[in-house]
Design a protein around this ligand. Structure first.
Ligand code: GUN
Length: 287
């Protein structure tokens, strides 16, 4: 039997409606509108599209937003000064520095991210938020893995006691996903480029998360019958053709549930960012 298709659109609509309601409630209670600042350095075309989508979502949900466009030759010092100004701004409750940074300052990525006040770090990349996630304290959680987790919950996919396997060990997806699933009592394994006999590991998974950035990497023979397959990959294989890390056409015949690309997890990321902005604002204003 073909898998249940987990449509990102449906879940994102729920998360956005919740964020909109919370933003309105906060405005009612405090008179303050939650605010997001996105800093984009340089002119990476994909980043420009992402930033436009974030800005549009803010407008739709009643969240104030500023986009700060800085030239590609911006120095680390200038960027840090901009972050300092936003850390001090009363109108801004969330700050996001769009990645990737231009090559000349990419090596300073940690120092730049670490300059964002942890309370305003709506990407959840600051070591304070990473530490809170690991230890189970309230944290701002990276948007993509957070969206995956919330989708699993809302879809009624059992995690407690299940085997979860994540392919990919990035700070943005793989590692936070590990902690989110662990906190839901799954038994979690992370695989990566040095893993031996990867398919034998992935075939054990009740929940398989693919976040490697290689088109159609996960094939049907790597998936247990009835497993839930979450595809975090977005790979452009032709000017107008995006595919995931999962061979969707064949894997959907084996899986119990699966997310498509496009139309899957990608739509959840912006929705979760909106939730993080509202959460950050709530904590700064009323907690
Ligand atoms: N570029 C691609 N994904 C992301 C993300 O989640 N956050 C930031 N800041 N930049 C990105």
């Amino acid at each position: 039997m073909a898998a249940r298709i987990l449509e990102g659109r449906e879940f994102a609509a729920r998360f956005r409606a919740d964020a909109k309601e919370r933003a309105a409630a906060l405005r009612e209670k405090t008179g303050v509108t939650p605010g997001l600042a996105v800093i984009i350095v340089g002119a990476d075309p994909a980043s420009k599209v992402y930033v436009r989508n974030k800005n549009k979502a803010c407008a739709e949900l009643g969240i104030y937003s500023e986009v700060i466009e800085m030239p590609g030759n911006t120095t680390k010092e200038a960027l840090l000064a901009q972050i300092d100004a936003l850390n001090a701004s009363k109108k801004i409750h969330g700050i996001l520095v769009q990645l990737p940074l231009p090559a000349a300052i990419a090596k300073d990525g940690h120092e730049i991210v670490n300059r964002i006040s942890p309370a305003k770090d709506v990407d959840g990349f600051h070591p304070v938020n990473v530490g809170r996630l690991v230890t189970g304290e309230e944290a701002l959680v990276p948007c993509t893995p957070h969206g995956c987790l919330r989708m699993l919950e809302l879809a009624g996919i059992e995690m407690d006691g299940k085997r979860a396997v994540i392919i990919g060990r990035s700070n943005i997806v793989g590692k936070p996903m590990l902690h989110l699933l662990l906190a839901r009592h799954a038994t979690v394994t992370i695989c990566h480029s040095h893993t031996k006999d990867l398919a034998a590991v992935t075939r054990e998974a009740d929940i398989l998360v693919a976040a490697i950035g290689r088109p159609h990497f996960v094939t049907a023979d790597m998936v247990k019958k009835g497993a839930t397959v979450i595809d975090v990959g977005i790979n452009r294989i032709a000017p107008k053709k995006l595919v995931g890390d999962v061979d969707f056409a064949h894997v959907k015949e084996v899986a119990g549930a699966i997310t498509p690309v496009p139309g899957g997890v990608g739509l959840l990321t912006v929705a979760m960012l909106m939730e993080n902005v509202v959460q950050a604002a709530e904590r700064q204003l009323i907690k």
